[in-house]
Design a protein around this ligand. Structure first.
Ligand SMILES: Nc1ncnc2c1ncn2[C@@H]1O[C@H](COP(=O)(O)OP(=O)(O)OP(=O)(O)O)[C@@H](O)[C@H]1O
Length: 262
């Protein structure tokens, strides 16, 4: 399998006191589904934000599709961002706009500022938006305003907006943290489909260990800015989960329902 993303010795220092990532290295293959787990403050969001260059890593290399994106200038960065779709906990939609308009916003990275401001989209882009919304079970919602949708529906709009970019990599920062268990399952199932049937690599930051274990090809456990586990969900033990979560681990053992008991 081909490597899509190679994170090499990446560190991120916010200040003298805060080293949020310390010498982090891992690689992810095309089409793989990877979950990043770890306690609050471990550095999970910082890692995703370094990968899509919302923030700059202090040190290291991030190779995406054979290019070191940490060396990119502003123009290259635009090109690189279109290869990376992002999904957020709070969806980041424009609530007063329609579902389809929000989805089409995913094409802005490909347009001049002028065309983008005027909301000029091709028929092909509109057809593609409608197709994606159909695939995500939102054919009845296409022209509704986003503020009329449920949380789960909003997150599906977020997925459609990311997919219309035609990304190679989908980064999802706590995509189900604001959703109930039913809506969470729907979203996780769609994200899994994105990796298995569309071949798009998916990296998800998750609080729910049980969900991460159920859906992922690989688990990356982060604690205090370091990777303390990287491997298959099948091989992770209770004591490894304990060492990832430290004092937060107690409740999590209940969540995974004794899967690793003994
Ligand atoms: N913009 C920032 N400026 C300074 N420090 C920051 C900033 N963002 C995060 N940090 C610090 O970096 C560390 C890692 O934070 P990060 O948000 O990446 O963790 P996380 O694992 O995503 O946590 P959570 O699960 O609570 O979102 C924490 O100590 C946090 O306080």
């Amino acid at each position: 399998m081909k490597t899509l993303l190679d994170v090499r010795n990446v560190s991120k220092r916010y200040s003298q006191e805060t080293l949020a990532l310390s010498n982090v290295s891992f690689s992810v293959n095309e089409g793989e589904f990877v979950s990043i787990i770890g306690p609050s403050g471990a550095g999970k969001s910082t890692l995703l934000r370094c990968i899509n260059r919302m923030i700059d890593a202090t040190d290291g290399e991030i190779i995406l599709d054979n290019e070191n994106i940490l060396n990119y200038n502003k123009k290259d960065l635009r090109k690189c961002r279109s290869k990376i779709g992002m999904i957020f906990q709070h969806y980041n939609l424009v609530n007063r706009l329609s579902v389809i308009e929000n989805v089409l916003h995913g094409r802005l990275g490909y347009k001049s500022t002028f065309a983008g401001m005027l909301g000029i989209y091709s028929e092909e882009e509109k057809r593609q938006a409608i197709k994606l919304l159909g695939m995500l079970g939102l054919e009845q919602e296409i022209y509704k305003r986003c503020d009329q949708l449920s949380g789960g529906q909003k997150q599906r709009v977020g997925i459609a907006r990311a997919l219309i970019q035609d990304p190679k990599l989908l980064l999802c920062d706590e995509p189900i943290a604001s959703l109930d268990p039913n809506a969470s399952k729907v979203i996780m199932d769609y994200l899994k489909t994105v990796s298995t049937t569309m071949g798009i690599t998916v990296i998800v930051n998750l609080h729910q260990v049980d969900v991460a274990l159920n859906y992922s090809d690989q688990i990356i456990g982060v604690s205090k800015g370091e990777i303390v586990y990287h491997g298959s969900p099948k091989d992770i033990t209770n004591s490894q989960i304990h060492s990832i979560y430290g004092s937060e681990a107690g409740d999590l053992m209940l969540d995974i329902g004794g899967r690793n008991a003994g």
